[in-house]
Design a protein around this ligand. Structure first.
Ligand SMILES: [Fe+2]
Ligand SMILES: [Fe+2]
Length: 214
């Protein structure tokens, strides 16, 4: 998908992709980034996104892990530089650090390509949050289910999600919401089993989505 007309119509995506390929030296992480982007583009068609929304989602996908793998000292330096405002909860759930830092890198270092919606989706891609947009939700789920994810639980979630989307008469937006709740539950159970903290944004996200689908 990444060499199709879509790229040709949006040259900024190629520029950002080239820059990301320079910044993400780990080939596995770069392949994951491209796989998230491909999954986002697939879902963008299924969910009927406009060309503008598709470009926003693709930019969010390409940039979402730009800060992954940085050291705590590097995160602290970025916090000072961009006033990220990391909390104690963020440091207790270190996976959140790259999401919040990535949103600021997207905002300040890719400012000619990004906007608030894109940065918000990047910020929320690990835990979700309240008031998630469709772009945020599609990035969140794509990050978990993209086909290069090796964990069986991710593969099973991907298969169930795509089969529910295709079911006759499916309310695809409800399928998206219930699948996100399933992912949030799986993630919090996994963190608790391994004795790690569950970030409060994850619970906020679940409460928010539950309220909207009830
Ligand atoms: Fe990430
Ligand atoms: Fe990711």
């Amino acid at each position: 998908m990444r060499d199709n007309d879509f790229w040709g119509r949006h040259p900024c995506l190629n520029t950002v992709k080239d820059e990301i390929s320079r910044r993400i030296s780990d080939s596995f992480r770069f392949e994951h980034t491209l796989a998230v982007n491909d999954e986002c583009l697939l879902l963008a068609d299924i969910f009927g996104l406009s060309d503008k929304e598709k470009t926003q989602l693709s930019l969010a996908a390409l940039l979402h892990d730009v800060a992954k793998g940085l050291s705590i000292d590097e995160f602290r330096a970025l916090d000072e530089k961009y006033r990220i405002g990391f909390t104690d909860d963020d440091f207790a759930s270190p996976a959140v650090l790259h999401a919040k830092a990535g949103a600021k890198i997207a905002e300040y270092e890719f400012s000619e390509y990004t906007d608030r919606d894109i940065c918000k989706a990047i910020r929320e891609h690990t835990t979700g949050d309240e008031n998630m947009s469709l772009i945020s939700k599609l990035l969140f789920i794509s990050d978990y289910i993209e086909p290069t994810r090796r964990w069986e639980i991710c593969q099973r979630t991907r298969e169930a999600f795509h089969s529910e989307l295709k079911a006759p008469g499916a309310d695809i937006f409800r399928v998206l919401d219930t699948s996100i709740i399933k992912i949030l539950d799986q993630t919090s159970a996994h963190l608790e089993e391994s004795g790690r903290a569950v970030h409060p944004d994850l619970f906020k996200c679940k409460d928010f989505i539950l309220k909207t689908i009830e």
